[in-house]
Design a protein around this ligand. Structure first.
Ligand code: ADP
Ligand code: MN
Ligand code: MN
Ligand code: MN
Length: 350
């Protein structure tokens, strides 16, 4: 028998964005091969996380995804959903509320800013560095800051088996991005939350704060987004301009619903400047980084592939974002055997 450490991770009840919470459970086991079913339901004091009243405080943690914890010995990270004592999903359990569709692939581009005492790393204590321009994908002292932390996070995500597909320095000095890919909305969002958890945990020992606010620095500085790249089987393998147009049509109608779950204070970022479209407008365009949805050039070539929703803010809950995208896209034209089935689409729209 060995002692294994399981870090149960969950989202608390804070508004408008939840915080990550976690605590460690030790289990005696001969071995652990990643089987979720052997991990017990656990409980915590929901009155300390804005999820329960003091006199009836227990909330339940149900493991939904487990990966190795590369920074501890004999340890695993366990993403959990929160349930009420009666077994129903807690109202803050956004994962349980989405209708998942394994047919959807998501690639989230998570931007964030590293700060010390509220100032981005690399910024002088007073005033500003050179205007933005040289910092994106940069190298060299004065051009980037915080790389040690970023590299440590990158390797830890890879070692944990998260589907991280890349990193880059961003437009604002001290701002970085990592990308998480997943098949199915829940899987992609689980991995993004675990990657965020690791980023926060690693930041502790560097004395640096990870800032997910979408517009941490006012003025002529880029904000932070969480571009959501998405595709389903129809988009990837069948395609056709007609199908994509029907997605854009649905996206136009549902713009307010999307914005409502794309993160708080996003209006400070979606201004129509700094590679964004205004929060009040919906637009789409080929290779257009000033649009709400960018159509990658490769997708437009044969109308097959993925789309990039540029609206989600860096602080958005990826469960909500993925859930909303799947809902809207599933409401678009229905195709069968490669042909647009207008009758079925009309029925669906009723
Ligand atoms: P950008 O040019 O916007 O900075 P990135 O390379 O940072 O683009 O991010 C693109 C993302 O798109 C990656 O996370 C990648 O995994 C994802 N992606 C690629 N193909 C697909 C697809 N078919 N469906 C969903 N996401 C995809
Ligand atoms: Mn990117
Ligand atoms: Mn970016
Ligand atoms: Mn992007």
């Amino acid at each position: 028998m060995a002692k294994f450490k399981f870090e149960y991770i969950w989202l608390d009840g804070y508004h408008p964005e939840p915080n990550l919470r976690s605590k460690t459970k030790v289990l005696d086991m001969d071995f652990f091969h990643g089987d979720l079913k052997v991990l017990p339901i656990w409980s915590y004091d929901g009155s300390s996380t804005k999820q329960a009243e003091g006199h009836f405080s227990d909330c339940l943690l149900k493991p939904v995804r487990v990966v190795p914890d590369p920074q501890r010995i004999n340890a695993f990270l366990v993403m959990c959903e929160v349930f009420n004592p009666d077994g129903t999903p807690h109202e803050t359990n956004t994962r349980a509320s989405i209708e998942d569709d394994e047919d959807f692939w998501f690639g989230f581009e998570q931007e964030y800013v590293l700060t010390v005492e509220g100032i981005p790393v690399g910024f002088p204590k007073h005033g500003y560095p050179r205007p933005q321009g040289p910092y994106y994908c940069a190298v060299g002292t004065g051009n980037v800051s915080g790389r040690d932390l970023v590299e440590e996070h990158f390797d830890t995500c890879l070692d944990a088996g998260l589907h991280i597909t890349g990193i880059n320095a961003e437009v604002l000095l001290g701002q970085w991005e990592f990308q998480i890919f997943g098949k199915g909305g829940k899987r992609a969002a689980d991995d993004l939350w675990i990657a965020r958890y690791l980023l926060h945990r690693i930041s502790e020992k560097h004395g640096i704060k990870v800032e997910f606010h979408p517009k941490p620095i006012q003025g002529d500085w880029n904000g932070s987004g969480m571009h959501a790249n998405f595709s389903n089987h129809m988009m990837r393998d069948v395609g056709g301009k007609e199908y994509f147009d029907s997605i854009f049509e649905k996206m136009t109608i549902t713009h307010p619903e999307h914005i409502s779950v794309y993160g708080s204070e996003n209006e400070k970022r979606l201004t129509g400047m700094h590679e964004t479209q205004s929060i009040h407008k919906f637009s789409y365009g080929i290779s257009d980084r000033g649009a709400s949805i960018r159509i990658p050039i490769a997708t437009a070539q044969d109308w097959k592939g993925y789309l990039e929703d540029r609206r989600p803010a860096s602080n958005a809950d990826p469960y909500k974002v993925a859930g909303r995208i799947m809902k809207t896209v599933n409401g678009a034209l229905v195709k069968e055997n490669g042909a647009v089935n207008k009758e079925k689409a009309a029925k669906k729209a009723e």
